[in-house]
Design a protein around this ligand. Sequence first.
Ligand SMILES: Cc1ncc(COP(=O)(O)O)c(C=O)c1O
Length: 393
Amino acid sequence: MKYRFDNVIDRHGTGCEKWDMCDRIFGGEDLLPLWVADMDFQSPPEVIKALAERATHGIFGYTAYTDSAYDSLIQWFSRRYSWNIDKEWIVYSPGVVPALSLLVQSLTEPGEGVIIQRPVYHPFMHVVEGNGRKLLNSPLRQNSDGMFVMDFDDLREKASDPSAKMMFLCSPHNPPGRVWSREELETLVDICAEKNLIIVSDEIHCDLTYKGVTHIPLPLVKPEYSGRIITCTAPSKTFNIAGLQLSNIIIPDKSLRKKFRQALMKNGMIDPNSFAAVAMEAAYTHGTDWLDELMDYVKANLEYMKHAFRNSLPQIKVIEPQGTYLVWTDFRGFGLNYKELLRIFIEEAKVAPGQGNIYGQEGEGFMRFNLACPGSILEEGIERIIRAFTKYI
Ligand SMILES: Cc1ncc(COP(=O)(O)O)c(C=O)c1O
């Protein structure tokens, strides 16, 4: 291994949400954080170097994307996904979540419906309901192998709701880690196309797939419908630069793009900060090897977790992820109510998990763990969980 993902780097005192805010948010003491979706790894060395050089320049005025920054993004998606993005389709946004909210504000009317598929990344719900739109939930279901799949009959029903205007797709899907197949995506597009829904495809986790799994950008699935598809991309999850606040929203349709740009403008979200595009360019230009090694490391962590739970506490069911560095686990085997499960985590195991219920009531009984940490941290967390929960079998 060329990169030292094993290195434990102390993040305390950096204003880091995951470590510095953990005890306060969870109401515990000395908790080991396995929750929020960022990594305990340094970004690729080329990213750190580019940022240091930019800092040394010492002038941090208003900033725009350079041609080479645009080009790095275009090349990344062309090389990895054979997706040819026109420069003019790319709209900067300070994050995917702000973009989701502004897309709802600019492309739907109050009272109109937005479809989501719970359990799902919780801001999906907040931006729909917070903006006074109707939440149309079409829950995922587990098939006989325990895999999370879409319920297309239900989705058809939700798409037929007279209020339905937009769908939020999470692809890959956080938290169960599904990378949707071509067949699944085709069916979804067909259902949405029948009702002329706008599909917002949040593909922030697209680069984080395990070996042998292929992510397909939604606009490639049915190119004839790509004008009604908006794809949210970002280098932030892939290269651990979420704190730099940058995402790229890909909107091929001119009139949808214009409305979104106007919403950004109205809210004063115009320019990236002086570091974001520098980091993006370095990452998209030089980050491939680092990313390959990262996913091998995350996979080894996943295997370790599966093995540990299978051997010591088979009541905990790991839902096999195909992508993301997150893992969705089923704790319903203990027969405990959710409040009690959480209490055991905080008071006895002293581990902060991603709490399943925030992803919708469908997530009750589940916990999400973050595998993007040095093996020693994960081992400590798993040991704490096993020690605490062994008392409850
Ligand atoms: C599906 C999904 N979308 C968006 C985000 C966050 O995006 P941003 O930080 O760009 O707002 C996350 C973070 O975990 C996520 O899982």
